[in-house]
Design a protein around this ligand. Structure first.
Ligand SMILES: Cc1ncc(C[n+]2csc(CCOP(=O)(O)OP(=O)(O)O)c2C)c(N)n1
Ligand SMILES: [Mg+2]
Length: 788
């Protein structure tokens, strides 16, 4: 259906305005505001221009409030400009683009005020986020929630070079497995990356790949000016020339202008009557307008393409564009960091009929009256409901999470038992838990939970082993009510799924409590996605197990060293490494609450667990013990007043620490044993307390670790021990100035028994004793553990 001319006029005018405002934002940041030097803008101008028409078509016409968008990072000025026209972004923040508290360089859910659906920045991740957000929407609806809201489309605006990122391909495969729907990816096919012009024929690779994964592919190559010209006599020859022109040459000619196009067309097609007439009847400016009228810059073509979609299959649009279109450096291969000069901007301002001093005016220089445009904007479907961030009530967490204890257990086993107990019950909490694992469901102890709660799939699918009555420990029946999402091995996908599940309250208005399991070392494989999920404040729990060299016979490639440090350094993620299952129960309960706290208060949770089965304490879980566990540490054995040494341990090495304390007892006075459940929480508490004291808001405030260490004599030594990098605990000496011997693992592990490896890497009882001895004076320690 042809698009009504008046609507087209207004949308074209808005596109020009968006391009102007986004360019002015960048220009302002570079040339006008004071203190510009540190905030100069690179990489935005040309990249943004590329998407101005496509984004205007979407936001001002095609999108509905329920649709969610991940915007290509460098298109943030365009996004902010559109939101400014809607009234969701302020001039003050635009003037302060890239400045402190100004509009962010890359759209940020947490830092920007203008209704960003998904943060972007690390290319590829926002793209995959939309795919998983769509699966999550299906999950929510299949469970009978959010039915009153229409289904949204999850849309990514993708740079063509962004498609190089492997996580996108991983996501495509996963999407295919789960019957992906309602997802649109719009590839800004400007054939340029940051450094270069992309390979010829890339679109064909994209096309076949997307079709292979069950997507529809819509190629929007020619704009309406082009299509009209193709219909003229000689038009077919023009089309052929365009199709055959190499990307780099086309870019170069766009940069050079109409005369250069004319020369090439003449030289390469020759004088062939109709085509020569077609070219000659246009002056240089008109010829450039024609040749740069690629589909992605043509409002009518984009609207037609989007509006023709009348189904929920996933669609990839490949929209041809020119990087930096309409600007002096359009098409130039070096234009990624291209900026307009003051003189160029002046000239452009004049051409746009924008009076000096009126650069930020929303309606300045447009052919329509402000009233007409305001009337149009007030009816834009996407903006009908204003800001679209949703929320959901907090789900109650029971007073206590229970499990059936054994005398000896591992924390991984305990994790499985705790979830099994939840699965058996009918709590609201259990109803909202969604688990996921990248092909390690069984080996991370999630099996019992899955047996009870089932796999999720939009359509029922029986476990054929079960229906064939073949004995198996596991029931893998899948149904729309299932609560476990089984993923392929790609850990990137796991964390992006966590990112999507963990934002369900804000996106779908329905809270989910996602729990992921994976092997601890493979956190590193998905690390950027984990960071991304935390950056946009998604809420989830990760149980990473097994971990460290404790995973002895598996060898060095499966043994994590750096993850305790990742746990500490990752913002938005509280990490724990309990030694005992009763601690884990307390931590998980706290975690489910923490996952639901407001932005700035709550966050996600990382549990570093182990398969090592150790003796479990029989004890009453007092309130004080509980808060010690969640704050990060408690005295397993309180030091006496004259303590010479304290052993502080984390996680699986608890038996070694306990044994060392026993052996040291006769030789050293008043030894303390500090159980550290979370180096991360301890350190964060310490930092926060120092900040409070610095601001004089809490002059007397002491953190948990300061209070714990306060009674120790000044010359008491601290031995810290962890199956991970020793620096995770070495900082404890800085709290009150105690000398530290920090034991841990600094080199790749290898196969062997736990005893072999603990001895080799120096985290066994004797290593602890040696360290204690080196920190203390007095006679040599009398007892040591004997080699077996
Ligand atoms: C993971 C990651 N690596 C590198 C970058 C730096 N970077 C930003 S944009 C870009 C190239 C973008 O090319 P394309 O996606 O085609 O977008 P265009 O600039 O053409 O709009 C690169 C390498 C990044 N943001 N994220
Ligand atoms: Mg590009």
């Amino acid at each position: 259906m042809p698009i009504e001319p008046a609507r087209l006029d207004i949308l074209n005018a808005l596109t020009r305005k968006v391009l102007w405002l986004s360019s002015w934002t960048i220009h302002h940041a570079n040339h006008i505001r004071p203190n510009v030097d540190g905030l100069k803008v690179g990489g935005h101008q040309a990249s943004s221009a590329s998407l101005a028409t496509i984004m205007s078509a979407l936001y001002f016409s095609v999108l509905r409030p329920q649709d969610r968008v991940a915007v290509k990072p460098h298109a943030s000025p365009v996004f902010h400009a559109i939101q400014y026209l809607f009234g969701h972004q302020t001039r003050e923040k635009l003037e302060n683009f890239r400045g402190f508290k100004g509009a962010q360089s890359y759209p940020s859910r947490t830092k920007d005020v203008d209704d960003v659906d998904f943060s972007t920045g690390s290319v590829g991740l926002g793209v995959a986020q939309t795919l998983f957000a769509s699966l999550v929407q299906d999950y929510v609806r299949a469970h009978g929630w959010a039915k009153q809201r229409p289904e949204g489309r999850m849309i990514a605006l993708v740079g063509d070079a962004e498609m190089d990122e492997g996580n996108i391909f991983e996501a495509l495969l996963e999407g295919w497995k789960h019957g992906l729907r309602n997802t649109w990816w719009v590839v800004d096919y400007n054939r340029q990356s940051l450094d270069a012009v992309v390979r010829e024929g890339l679109w064909e690779k994209f096309e076949s790949m997307f079709r292979n994964f069950g997507w529809d592919v819509v190629i929007v190559k020619y704009g309406s000016l082009m299509r009209e010209a193709f219909a003229e006599p000689g038009g077919e020859a023009l089309r052929k020339w365009i199709d055959q022109c190499p990307n780099q040459l086309y870019s170069a000619l766009c940069f050079q202008g109409g005369a250069a196009f004319r020369k090439h067309l003449r030289d390469e097609i020759g004088d062939q009557g109709p085509i020569s007439r077609l070219i000659d009847k246009r002056n240089d400016e008109e010829l450039l307008a024609l040749m740069s009228n690629l589909g992605g810059h043509d409002m009518a073509s984009m609207l037609e393409a989007f509006e023709a979609i009348d189904h929920d299959r996933p669609v990839c649009f490949i929209a041809y564009t020119i990087k930096g279109v309409g600007l002096p450096f359009q098409g130039h291969k070096d234009n990624h960091a291209g900026l307009m000069t003051v003189a160029q901007m002046e000239k452009w301002r004049g051409a746009q009929n924008i009076r000096p001093g009126h650069e930020w005016d929303k309606f300045e220089g447009l052919p329509q009256t402000p009233a007409e445009i305001e009337a149009f904007l007030s009816k834009v479907p996407f903006n009908r409901d204003g800001r679209r961030r949703l929320s959901a009530p907090v789900i109650d967490v029971p007073e206590r999470l229970t499990f059936s204890p054994s005398a000896q257990m591992s924390t991984q086993q305990g994790f499985g038992l705790l979830l099994n107990e939840l699965a058996r019950g009918d709590s609201k909490l259990a109803e909202r838990i969604v688990t996921a694992s990248p092909d390690v469901t069984v080996s991370t102890n999630l099996g019992a939970w899955v047996n009870r709660r089932g796999l999720f799939a939009r359509a029922e699918k029986a476990d054929l082993f079960r229906s064939e009555k073949i004995p198996s420990t596991f029931n893998w029946d899948a149904s729309p009510k299932g609560q476990h999402i089984e993923l392929g091995i790609a850990e990137m996908n796991l964390f992006i799924l966590m990112s999507a599940l963990g934002l369900s309250h804000a996106i779908n208005g329905e809270r989910l409590l996602p729990v992921a399991t994976l092997y601890d070392p493979f956190i590193e494989r998905g690390l950027d996605a984990l960071n991304y999920a935390c950056y946009q404040d998604a809420r989830f729990m990760v149980a990473a197990t097994p971990s460290g060299i404790t995973l002895s016979p598996e060898g060095g490639a499966h043994q994590s060293i750096a993850t305790p440090l990742i746990g500490m350094a990752q913002d938005g993620l509280s990490s724990f490494e309990p030694a005992f299952v009763d601690e884990l129960a307390v931590i998980m309960r706290w975690g489910f609450q923490h996952m639901q706290r407001e932005y700035g208060e709550g966050g996600s949770v990382y549990l570093r667990l182990t398969t090592r089965s150790i003796d479990q304490p029989q004890r009453i879980m007092s309130g004080e013990l509980e808060s010690g566990i969640t704050e990060g540490a408690y005295w397993l054995r309180k030091p006496g007043p004259n303590a010479e040494v304290v052993i502080a341990y984390t996680g699986a090495v608890a038996p070694e620490a306990i044994e060392a304390v026993g052996l040291l007892g006769e030789s050293r006075r008043d030894i303390g044993l500090l159980a550290i459940t979370s180096a991360d929480r301890l350190h964060a508490g310490w930092t926060a307390a120092r900040a409070l004291r610095r601001d004089r808001r809490g002059v007397a405030h002491l953190s948990h670790i300061e209070k714990l260490l306060a009674p120790l004599p000044r010359d008491c030594g601290l031995v810290t021990v962890i199956d991970g990098h020793p620096s995770a605990l070495a900082w404890l000496g800085g709290v009150r100035g105690h000398r530290v011997e920090a034991l841990g693992v600094e080199h790749f592990g290898q196969t062997g028994t736990i005893d072999d490896l603990y001895r080799h890497y120096g985290i066994d009882a004797n290593a602890i004793i040696d360290a204690a001895e080196s920190l203390t004076s007095g006679a040599p320690v009398r007892h040591r553990k004997l080699a077996v």
